[in-house]
Write a protein that binds this ligand. Structure first.
Ligand code: PBG
Ligand code: ZN
Length: 321
């Protein structure tokens, strides 16, 4: 026999030497849920290990994470007043703005702050935009979303991440940021975000479930792999710095396809439902958490993602997986 692939699997040294892809903890971005108030650390029942923090407790938790190299975080706000138009999303004194200010005061540029930009946690109907004549109106939603991005930039966010899936929002955000001299604030666009049932636990955490209908008129149809390239191309044209695919595990083919079609960095979002399924199986004793989580991380890298947004990030670094 000439070909014996097992030669290069003989021991861990040769396996390390010939590994084709590598995962590194610098790829990780850790999401946080922030709530108005003080001294809050309340567990999210559907996402074991994940908590709501108030800005003060957030600072303490971020300090712990920083010691292990978790220096890129994605912030989600909740608990603001909900109205039809989601106005509290872009007030200057939102809990997100407060948290950014406090984090930057404490950690300066040792922490890289990304904020999720979307109206769904701020609208009483729970949709990601403003409703007109019974449906989500694109252009007025984009205006509000851009204002929200600006308030985050003003508070000191390094990067904004619009997750609403309205048409044209990246371009409008870019213009508004530039007009206000935030030309160095980056945009990571949730470019290819599918209407997915894997967001269930998150919607409980962010209290952002739609009160009627679904998100299918703005998020993508999972049957459309070709259309993903159009979404990505539009965001690139409008000035996105990083493109994101979301969810991640069920969409590895989409990450891979995008990798072949853009020169921009690609992020994937290992979403709440994907996280909670792993945690639930671990609780039942059915799978080895460390092994499964690291297998998933490598799947993202192999598919072509360079950035990984995941709730597993803290475990990976703290337990040195
Ligand atoms: C808000 C938003 C969602 C997620 C991130 N930003 C939920 C949704 O679109 O319904 C999902 C994150 C997760 O499930 O971990 N637009
Ligand atoms: Zn939303």
């Amino acid at each position: 026999m000439i070909h014996r692939p097992r030669r290069l699997r003989k021991n861990s040294i040769i396996r390390e030497l010939t590994a084709e892809v590598r995962f590194h903890k610098d790829m990780l971005i850790y999401p946080y849920f922030i709530e108005k108030g003080e001294n809050i650390t309340s567990p999210i029942s559907s996402m074991p290990g994940i908590h709501h923090f108030s800005p003060d407790t957030l600072v303490k938790d971020v300090e712990k994470g920083l010691k292990n190299g978790i220096n890129k975080i994605l912030l989600f706000g909740s608990g603001e007043e909900k109205t039809a138009e989601g106005k509290s999303a872009y007030q200057k004194d939102t809990v997100v703005a407060e948290a950014i200010t406090l984090l930057k005061k404490n950690f300066k540029d040792d922490i890289y702050i990304i904020t999720d930009v979307c109206l769904c946690a701020y609208t009483d109907h729970g949709h990601c935009g403003i409703i007109q004549d019974g449906h989500v109106h694109n252009d007025s939603s984009v205006e509000a979303i851009a204002k929200m991005a600006l308030t985050h930039a003003e508070a000191g966010a390094d990067m904004v991440a619009p997750s609403d899936m309205m048409d044209g929002r990246v371009g409008v955000i870019r213009d508004l940021l530039d007009d206000n001299h935030f030309e160095d604030t980056a945009i990571m666009s949730y470019s290819i975000k599918f209407a997915s049932s894997y967001y269930g636990p998150f919607r409980e955490a962010a209290d952002s479930a739609p009160q009627f209908g679904d998100r299918k008129s703005y998020q993508m149809d999972y049957r459309n792999p070709n259309e993903t390239l159009k979404e990505a191309w539009l965001d690139e044209e409008e000035g996105a710095d990083i493109l994101m695919v979301k969810p991640a595990l069920a969409y590895l083919d989409i990450i891979n396809r995008l990798r072949a079609n853009t020169s921009l960095p690609i992020a994937c979002y290992n979403v709440s439902g994907e996280y909670s399924m792993v945690k639930a199986a671990v609780e039942k004793g059915w799978i080895d958490e460390r092994a499964v989580v690291m297998e998933n991380m490598h799947a993202f890298v192999r598919a072509g993602a360079g950035l990984i947004i995941t709730y597993h990030a803290r475990d990976i670094v703290e337990k040195e997986w």
